[in-house]
Design a protein around this ligand. Structure first.
Ligand code: GTQ
Length: 372
């Protein structure tokens, strides 16, 4: 070691490294520990956004941004504090691969139709009466519904109801940006006109339960919306079995035509932690963004306690130890999205259970959220 240090400290080596820079060349011997760490060292950090803060800023944004002034969507994204060094806009990275945002649409507003190579999903948290139109199908959105808009599909939104509607967006924007795969195209008109019956795909596929005869060929997005009532029933059905030690009762949204995760690059789950449930800790290479749909509790991430309650969002970066605790006597429901499909396609997915202390981390700190 002493020898290695004197090597790196020697003036000769330092001068040479500096000289290489002038030619836009780099010395592997210096870079290798950071380039190829023994295990993942994400730049993303564990973080939590309180609903109180997001909601306050969304409400303020209603007067700052209107579709007439801004032309686009009123969405505010969750920027991971560890990822600002990415340019531009920190790549709007919530994790190194995924972007998450909270979108608010008011009565009468239209979010214009467009299509892009990024895969998108929505989880509806507040309100009713808005539809998203995806490839000519108007899908009316209600609380607890999960919707997908995989790459290349036209989509736009319009709010026909009265109270503001709010939902979570998640897209693989940082991933698409980092591999240079971004294409974006506005729709020729402001919003697409319906070309098939409303809520067609949810009816055709029984909300994900069935595929009609004659429709056995896998396709990218046969089902556009997964209704809350079905998700809830699926979770109730699991209750009589033992919970998963790491995740309690959790169901993944899948594509009924091929059995794979519903959105090509982004997996999503609804997870129920019964009152008082405490999971064991584990870690995996995929990173996860959580939304607290109902209930309250905390998650210990790499030893730090993150308290959460309804409406909050938090992020577990790659390879971070995490365990969940429901501190109340009521069920807690966590919606989550992750880059697991990307990790699996690239053969990067690994996971590990936390062995010490019967699978529970020692709490070494508490997270303090930014409040309005
Ligand atoms: O609603 O289609 O948060 O295209 C980011 C990009 C939402 C959307 C976002 C989008 C959308």
């Amino acid at each position: 070691m002493a020898e290695a240090n004197s090597f790196f400290d020697s003036q000769e080596v330092k001068d040479f490294n500096k000289e290489l820079e002038r030619f836009h060349l780099g010395p592997l011997w210096n870079a290798i520990p950071q380039l190829m760490p023994h295990q993942p060292k994400p730049q993303a950090v564990p973080y939590l956004w309180k609903w109180q803060s997001i909601n306050a800023k969304l409400k303020e944004a209603t007067s700052i941004f209107t579709p007439d002034r801004g032309g686009e969507r009123r969405a505010i994204y969750l920027q991971n504090p560890g990822l600002y060094s990415r340019q531009p806009w920190g790549w709007a990275s919530t994790t190194q691969t995924l972007y998450a945002a909270v979108q608010l649409i008011q009565q009468g507003e239209i979010a214009p139709s467009h299509r892009h190579t990024q895969n998108a999903l929505r989880f509806i948290t507040h309100g009713e009466g808005a539809y998203t139109i995806v490839q000519g199908e108007r899908i009316f959105m209600e609380e607890g519904d999960y919707l997908i808009t995989p790459m290349g599909l036209w989509h736009g939104h319009e709010h026909l109801g009265q109270e503001p509607m709010i939902w979570m967006d998640c897209l693989d924007i940082p991933f698409a940006y980092s591999v240079g795969g971004t294409f974006f195209e506005p729709y020729p008109d402001r919003i697409e006109k319906p070309s098939i019956p409303d809520n067609y795909s949810a009816q055709k596929y029984g909300g994900g339960m069935v595929r009609p005869i004659g429709d056995r060929v896998p396709s990218i997005a046969p089902l556009g919306a997964y209704k809350w009532a079905r998700t809830q029933a699926a979770l109730e059905g699991l209750r009589r079995f033992d919970p998963d030690p790491f995740d309690g009762y959790a169901v993944e949204y899948i594509n009924p035509s091929n059995g794979l995760t519903a959105n090509p690059n982004i997996a999503a789950w609804m997870q129920l932690l019964p009152g008082g449930f405490r999971s064991k800790a584990h870690r995996h290479t995929s990173s996860t963004i959580y939304h607290v749909f109902r209930g309250s509790g905390y998650t210990i991430i790499n030893g730090v306690r993150f308290d959460w309650s309804k409406g909050d969002y938090f992020v577990v970066p790659n390879w971070a130890w995490h365990e969940h605790v429901n501190t109340s006597s009521e069920d807690a429901l966590l919606f989550s999205t992750s880059d697991l499909p990307i990790m699996e396609k690239m053969n990067y997915q690994r996971q590990e259970a936390y062995e010490p202390n019967n699978g529970h981390q020692e709490v070494t700190g508490e997270f303090t959220p930014v409040l309005p």
